[in-house]
Design a protein around this ligand. Structure first.
Ligand SMILES: [Zn+2]
Length: 338
């Protein structure tokens, strides 16, 4: 097997590692499917995988999140094997191991070791802060912020900025916070640790995911379901509370209230005012451009493949890796089929 036959990304977004593994999309040539984490763009083709793959590997945290989102019977249709970080699964002559990725609950990097001892790694989505760097021969890396324009230029602590903004908002009444699954719970944890003890009002999908995070030892605060009597009372009296909703609800919920969107797509300041009572907080669960390069530098691969399926910066990141680090790098796939 030549170097680039050991890893590639297909036009449908499957990250192929070694001979047997496909990560984050279904691929008919691979018996093993890995789900690196419970974000939708990493669960492509899961119904087919449940029908056809010999084994589907994911962490317990990822499994619990998918159970909460899809119902428990969903994953029971296939041969899902929950694995711990660091636990190795052997399939014929290759070993597959999941390692922690600092992203959302349960997120994992994947390492395949082939029979020659070559290490092939896929980072999945990650934030470099708490992600262990895996040394390897071939590295497949995410490219969400793979452009030099995506450098966080601020050094102010984003957590402190978020906490002060929420405290400021609560003086005026309820605060609504919008983010993606996983990030919402990270915000709850930050606010709870800062002793912001007002009730957290949540819809059912956010509630279910939050309960999973609590089961995995995150401490989030006092959750109130939006259809409970207590929620109606809080809203009627306009007592201080924080509503947490998925980003998709931001155009229809809490329109007259103090609002905060958490998003990584902000590189110049930790917070930015975007409307009369609306702010953006630059809390990201991905590495910025410098973090991506740092991972590659410390991982010391002979070849890098950048994920050009889930974002548009694959090509840019591959060029920048070659320019700054002198390591051969290619973006895959060249074309995308959805
Ligand atoms: Zn993700």
């Amino acid at each position: 097997m030549s170097v680039n036959e050991k890893a590639s990304i297909t036009e449908r977004g499957a990250v192929l590692l070694g001979k047997h593994v496909a990560c984050d999309a279904y691929n008919e040539t691979r018996p093993i499917r890995v789900v690196t984490h419970a974000h939708a763009d990493h669960m492509a083709g899961l119904p087919q995988s449940l029908k056809k793959n010999a084994k589907i590997l994911m962490t317990r945290g990822t499994k619990d999140l998918i159970d909460a989102m899809q119902g428990k019977s969903y994953l029971r249709r296939g041969n899902v094997q929950p694995v711990e970080y660091g636990q190795t699964v052997q399939y014929e002559d290759e070993k597959t191991t999941l390692y922690k990725a600092d992203h959302i609950l349960g997120a994992a990097q994947v390492m395949v070791e082939d029979k020659e001892g070559k290490r092939i790694v896929f980072t999945g989505d990650f934030r470099i802060d708490e992600t262990p760097i895996l040394e390897c021969d071939i590295l497949v890396i995410e490219a969400t912020y793979g452009s030099p324009h995506c450098r966080r230029r601020f050094h102010k602590d984003t957590h402190d900025s978020l906490i002060s903004l929420v405290e400021h908002g609560l003086k005026q009444g309820p605060v609504y916070i919008f983010g993606y699954h996983g990030k919402i719970q990270e915000v709850m944890q930050i606010l709870n640790n800062a002793n912001i003890n007002v009730p957290f009002l949540v819809p059912e999908n956010v509630y279910n995911i939050s309960r999973v995070c609590e089961k995995h030892n995150m401490r989030l605060g006092k959750l109130v379901l939006q259809n409970e009597l207590q929620a109606f009372t809080l809203q009627e009296k306009q007592d201080p509370y924080i509503g947490f909703y998925h980003m998709h609800s931001r155009n229809r919920i809490g329109l007259d209230n103090f609002r905060i969107c958490v998003s990584g797509w902000e590189f110049y300041s930790a917070t930015r005012q975007t409307g009369e009572k609306e702010y953006l907080v630059a809390l990201s669960d991905h590495s910025d451009f410098d973090g991506l390069l740092e991972y590659v530098r410390r991982s010391r691969p002979r070849l890098v493949i950048t994920d050009n399926y889930r974002v548009h910066y694959g090509e840019t990141l591959a060029k920048e890796i070659q320019k700054h680090l002198g390591i051969p790098a290619v973006a895959q796939p060249k074309n995308r089929l959805f």
